[in-house]
Write a protein that binds this ligand. Sequence first.
Ligand code: CP
Ligand code: NVA
Length: 299
Amino acid sequence: MKRDYLRVLDLKRDEFFSLINRAIEFKSNKDLLKSSLVGKCIGMIFEKPSTRTRVSFDVAIYQLGGHPMCLSSKELQLSRGETIKDTAQVLSRYLDCIVIRTFSHKTIEEFAKWATIPVINALTDEHHPCQAMADMMTILEKKGKLEGIKLAYVGDGNNVANSLIEASALTGIKINIATPQGCEPLEEVVQKAKAFTEVKIFSDPEQAVLQADVIYTDVWLSMGEEGSIEKKKKLKNFQVNTKLLSKAKPDAIVMHCLPAHRGEEITDEVLDGPQSVVLDQAENRLHTSKAILEFLLTM
Ligand code: CP
Ligand code: NVA
């Protein structure tokens, strides 16, 4: 039976930890299993822009000996009305795995339902599971543990927030979400995670970051939401700046999945400051992509 990685909770706790540890091995030993994807062709369909996800998967596939094939949905017959069912079944006859960035999570679920090869979620409106794995790897590297770490997410309760909540559930991180009314993360995600760890929703960012080991933020308007002026107004008090950072633990790290809208959800001073680990996060996308591909393609 093929496995997919559509959301963090598609993995069990021990699988999630072993993939992080495998990514740490990939990072420390560049020659490791250069050949695990030899002869394999991995398709990537991007319906939204991407810098980190697209390039890190492309490089990861190349470095493991496989062949990456990047496709925009406009180049496929999908753009002329061919169904997801037909596309997924046909591509499964050529490819060994498919990485997809799309809008609705239902689209990728439909794709995975018909594909007979593993499907990896490269971001949907609701989830960003590859990002969350790289984030957990980064926290482990910086803090030496995950269990009991206090993470405060400040801003829009979006795809990145949903996946961080699910990753917190698997790793035992205690997560606070500071967000205005109407921008909360998915209730279904929060309820599932609460069975495993502490998840608290705050309307005051200063309360949420008290004693935090990690402060995380993401853009106020995600791809596809660019015109939502009302939403941006609601989020204006949810900026990660020096004042907010001073309320967290003195050795707190600052995280952002990037790309950032500097001056909106985060100030230059904080993003470029000594507590920021955003470039390590971005680098870890490469190592975790390798771990995910190897797991799904060689199991
Ligand atoms: N963090 C992230 O997924 O970045 P891209 O949109 O550049 O892939
Ligand atoms: N929440 C952002 C993440 C980008 C990596 C978006 O969906 O646009």
